[in-house]
Design a protein around this ligand. Structure first.
Ligand code: NAD
Ligand code: IPM
Ligand code: MN
Length: 362
């Protein structure tokens, strides 16, 4: 099979971690007889440096012509990078938000899985995580505060900034259906997370989620307030199966979830639209503090590539092979610095990619 893949290496650690994921995809291709055809695309700071804007129409069109896009991460250090002297709509993050919107990527899946071997890297007490945990965050990605009206103005001599949080029922229904569909194939529980004790948008979210739940009698729905959810993730992560939530809450809770799995460097992410197309990227950022040092953990990006094989290409066996290789490398005691624990062997980004490639078997 020919896999037509867009590649956005991005900024900071992006090129380092994407290079390893491409090696893994090529190895899968070699073993299973697929050809990966890559089209390099510019987004974020890398696009600003060449075109003066974080995303061009040409990149959008080229991305649309691909079957899927694999991305590193974009952005830089806001204090030192010249990208942040530009107005907000021209900064790296604006390009990421626009491409998500243009490609209709409303469903963001972020799987939080504690590998048995990483229990030592998890900051929670062992009795809270014994036997591991495995939950999926289903984050709405093209609505809410990120895409509402915003302005900054002076009123009566006082600077005032406004961001608007709005959802319509159709946006809520389509993401809720995705969450229930996925829960139906897992442990059949959806925890819908909102702030319905304060926000109208959350009250509508709750109403629509309940309507959707009525269509899925074999999936249980529970509601949880977001502040409580933040606490429950560290108190009892094993209680969750699918967490369904809006854009901003999902952003925050997914970083929290990543840490209980050991590191943000472990948390994959798939952003999907209504078709098979997806943008696959690690949940974390461009990590300017470690960029260029060859020490970033490439596993989140490699696991994102596995999600791409599964969701965009229906290559389940190949995705399983990548996930098994990651599991094996951890069992064999290899760790990047962020997940390092006593008795393990510390390796860099490239070495970790090589070790995973060596372990990919049909
Ligand atoms: P970050 O996720 O880049 O870094 C937070 C911490 O996690 C840092 O200490 C970093 O070294 C560490 N870290 C992240 N990924 C790692 C990896 N693979 N291996 C080892 N350690 C890793 O968050 P930040 O510092 O708040 O943001 C930096 C830049 O990244 C900002 O410009 C932000 O906007 C951008 N960002 C982009 C994305 C994306 O492209 N999807 C996501 C989040 C943040
Ligand atoms: C993420 C990132 C982005 C987000 C930023 C870089 C705009 O934090 O993908 O989690 O907030 O969605
Ligand atoms: Mn984030």
């Amino acid at each position: 099979m020919k896999l037509n893949i867009g590649i956005i290496k991005g900024d900071g650690i992006g090129p380092e971690i994407v290079t390893e994921a491409m090696k893994v995809l090529d190895k899968v291709g070699e073993i299973y007889g697929h050809t990966c055809d890559y089209t390099e695309l510019l987004l974020g700071g890398a696009s600003i440096d060449v075109h003066g804007v974080p995303l061009t129409d040409e990149t959008v069109e080229k991305a649309k012509a691909c079957d899927a896009v694999l991305m590193g991460s974009i952005g830089g250090d806001a204090k030192t990078s010249s990208w942040y002297q530009l107005e907000p709509s021209k900064r790296p993050e604006a390009g990421l938000l626009r491409i998500r919107k243009e490609l209709g990527l409303f469903a963001n899946l972020r799987p939080a899985v504690l590998y048995e071997e990483l229990e030592g890297a998890c900051p929670l007490k062992p009795e809270l995580t014994e036997g591991g945990f495995d939950f999926m965050i289903m984050r709405e990605l093209t609505g809410g505060l990120y895409f509402g009206e915003r302005k900054t103005e002076e009123k009566d001599g006082v600077m005032t900034a406004v961001d608007t949080l709005s959802y319509n029922e159709n946006e809520i229904r389509r993401i809720a259906k995705r969450a229930f569909d996925i829960a139906g194939k897992r442990s059949r529980k959806v925890t819908s997370v909102d702030k319905a004790n304060v926000l109208d948008s959350s009250r509508l979210w709750r109403k629509v989620t309940e309507e959707v739940a009525a269509e899925y009698p074999d999936v249980t729905l529970e509601h949880m307030l977001v502040d409580n959810c933040a606490m429950q993730i560290v108190k009892n992560p094993k209680q969750f199966d699918v967490i369904l939530t809006e854009n901003m809450f999902g952003d925050i809770l997914s970083d929290e979830a990543s840490m209980v799995t050991g590191s943000i460097g472990m948390l994959a992410s798939a952003s999907l639209n209504d078709s098979k197309f997806g943008l696959y990227e690690p949940s974390g950022g461009s990590a300017p503090d470690i960029a260029g040092k060859g020490i970033a953990n490439p596993i989140a990006t490699i696991l994102s590539a596995a999600m791409m094989l599964r969701f965009s290409f229906d290559l389940d066996k190949e995705a399983d092979a990548v996930e098994r290789a990651v599991d094996q490398v951890l069992k064999d005691g290899y760790r990047t610095g962020d997940i390092m624990s006593a008795g393990c062997t510390q390796v860099g980004t490239k070495e970790m990619g090589d070790l995973i490639c060596e372990r990919i078997q049909a």
